[in-house]
Every structure is written in C-alpha cells, then in structure tokens.
Design a protein around this ligand. Structure first.
Ligand code: GLA
Length: 375
C-alpha cells in the first residue's frame, strides 16, 4: 500500500468518515554541502521520492488530534494553550506556534510515511512541512514555500530545540522534480540544477542509528560560531582558507572551520559540474567532502566510512559520501545509470564484509516539494 492509502486507512479507522484533504512532504538527500547551512553557506540537496503523508479533516474547534502509523501515542493539543512537552507531537505544536496559533483551525489527522526515521533523510522537516500544509489548508493561509520553510525551521529550532540549519525545510518546501537545488543559505535563493539522465542518485543506508545526535550537532554548530567570532567574521561563510593561516584558532576549531570553508567551495563547484554534465568531477568533489567530514569535522562513523569506501570501489560509481548531519544513517553516491545493479551488489557486499552489517541501497528520484494531493 502507498503512504497515501495507509494514511487514509488509518484516518478512517481512528476518526471515522473520510479525510477532507491529503498532503505530502518529501524527505531529502543532500548531494554535497554538509554542515554549511548554519554557517550561511551553500548546500546542494534534492527532495526524494519518499513522502510523509497526512490525511486530515478540519475540526470546528481549536484542537489538533493526530495519530501516526509509526507512533504508539497520539499527539493531542489545544491551539489556544500550547505548552512544551516531549514526544513527536512537539513538531506539530512547534509549527502551530511558529504560524501564530491565534487564527488557526484545528484538525484531525493520520500520518503515514515512507521516509525512514534516523536515516538522515529529514523525516522531521517532512513532518513540519506536511503539518504546515495542513494548517494552510484548514486555516486559509496562502502557501508560500519559502515562508513555510522558515516556519518549519523556527518550529525545530525554537520549539523542539534542535539548532538545525535551513537546508532541510527549504528543500522539502521548494524542490523541483528532476532537479537538485544549489541553495545559498544566507539569501535563501539559488538555481535548480537538472540531474543528468545518465546519472542516478543512490541512497546507501548503513542501517546504523545513533541516539543523542542533537547534542553533538549543537556542539559542532557552537564550534563554528566560536571560530567565526575568533576570526572576526559574522559567519564562516565570510572566512577564507588564507585567514586560517593567521594562527588565531586552536587546532580543533581550525579543522572545523577548514571543513566549512572548503565545503562551500566544493559545493558551488559541484553545482557547476553537475550543470555541465561533468560527473567525474562531481564525484571527486563528493569524495573530498566525505574525507573532510571525517577528518576535519569529525561527524563520520566507522559504518559511514565503510559504506562510502565500498561504494567508491563499486562499478559505475562517480563518487560517494556520507549525507546529512552524520554520526550514523546514510551515504549518497552518484552512479552511472547503466551500472545500478552491479553497483548495488558490490557496494553492499563490500560494506557487509567490512562491518558485518546488512545495508540497504535505494535509487532516489528527485521529487517536487511539499503540496496537497488531489483526491
Ligand atoms: C542536519 C540539519 C541540517 C544540516 C545537516 C548537515 O540535517 O538538519 O540543517 O545542518 O544536518 O548538513
């Protein structure tokens, strides 16, 4: 069954009757540019063809009642008196809070998702954007993808407490099918770049998950902010590799800053290479990105390293790297469209030999951003 059918079925079972609307948001995979977004830098993500779906019906009061196929407990709250709690419902509450709950109409909703949790595919941004899409429909708010990305981002940072950058929400909201997007995270602008047909984006899930990633992530972000302060710039986006030679930074902060500055350059170059169809050059930049995340930013893991290396050695691979926040989750590879089968087999076997883990490989097609589904 599709996520749409599952959400509709769950809705009927829990709330009775038919949903009035069905909305979707994709997850995302980042081709290159990690830990750059909160440094006002550049990223090159695309939305993937796996959705989180909410089947919903407006209520005549200001209550939200949501259930999810992957969660035991429901999320129930009153828009007039939002209070912080723990659990998955905080993402929905955070979105209501960021929209300004005063004029919002309540709803009943059932959630189903094909985006694996903890795999580094931004299931949380998808939940935020899909929630915003439901509120926009039930409460008559015009759907402005950029504004809604900012709403999701505020929900996650200021309500949930994860100091993430804007990449995930912005790509989930604004993605275009068949394209990645080079996003300038300072100006929230940037071109959509078509993915050439002879290349396929592959997701390589290491099947490893890690708890407490938030604190590590927030720690890396704090290091970047400290490095920028010590270098006398507002954000590392404004620093250059030459300024690092002045010796003001400790070895650790220097390595963090070096990653960010070089990753920004790689990301901009990679977007040009993709647009020009220079896939080998693109893949080389992906490989460099992984090595920098491993050695300088230290957000890799032995499983991510083993997967990236196994992928690079597999037939048809242009390049491979860890994707997203890191510590566990997935790698991404760019692969020759005619070698997908052989690539998958060899990469998974290599990863298994190295780690004993059974990984998973999926072809990702670049999808459109969040929206409603015609019933
Ligand atoms: C997580 C965050 C993003 C971004 C990546 C790393 O996915 O949500 O904002 O910082 O990590 O690039």
């Amino acid at each position: 069954m599709t996520a749409v059918e599952r959400a509709q079925g769950l809705f009927r079972e829990v709330f009775g009757g038919e949903p009035a609307l069905v909305v979707r948001s994709p997850g995302r995979i980042n081709l290159i540019g990690d830990h750059t977004d909160y440094n006002d830098g550049f990223v090159l993500p695309m939305a993937i063809d796996a959705d989180l779906v909410i089947a919903a019906r407006p209520r005549s009061d200001a209550e939200v009642h949501a259930v999810s196929e992957s969660q035991q407990a429901p999320a129930d709250f009153e828009l007039g008196s939002l209070t912080r709690d723990i659990g998955w419902g905080e993402y929905l509450k955070g979105v209501a809070w960021a929209l300004g709950p005063g004029g919002l109409v309540g709803w009943d909703g059932a959630i189903a998702s094909d985006i694996a949790d903890g795999a580094g595919l931004s299931s949380s941004a998808a939940l935020e954007l899909a929630t915003a899409r439901v509120f926009a429909s039930t409460s008559g708010i015009a759907w402005d993808p950029d504004a809604m990305a900012l709403v999701g981002h505020r929900a996650e940072n200021d309500w949930v407490g994860m100091n993430s950058g804007i990449m995930d929400q912005l790509i989930c909201a604004t993605a275009r099918a068949g394209h990645a997007r080079l996003i300038d995270c300072r100006h929230l602008t940037g071109p959509h770049v078509a993915i050439p047909e002879r290349a396929v984006v592959m997701l390589l899930d290491t099947a490893t998950r890690r708890q407490l990633i938030e604190s590590q992530y927030n720690d890396r972000r704090a290091s970047c902010e400290a490095a920028a302060r010590q270098l006398g710039v507002g954000h590392l986006r404004d620093a250059t590799l030459e300024t690092l030679e002045t010796g003001v930074l400790s070895p650790r902060l220097l390595a963090r800053a070096r990653h960010v500055i070089a990753e920004n350059q790689r990301t901009v170059s990679a977007a040009s290479a993709l647009a020009a169809g220079e896939l080998r050059m693109f893949g080389g930049l992906m490989n460099q990105s992984h090595d920098s995340l491993r050695d300088d930013f230290e957000v890799s893991s032995s499983a991510l390293d083993a997967m990236a290396l196994a992928a690079r050695e597999a037939p048809g691979c242009f390049g491979a790297r860890q994707t997203g926040g890191g510590f566990a989750g997935s790698c991404v590879a760019l692969v020759d469209a005619e070698r997908v089968e052989a690539f998958s087999q060899v990469a998974l076997a290599g990863y298994n030999r190295q780690t004993g883990n059974t990984g998973k490989v999926t072809v990702c097609r670049a999808a459109d951003g969040a929206g409603t589904i015609e019933l």
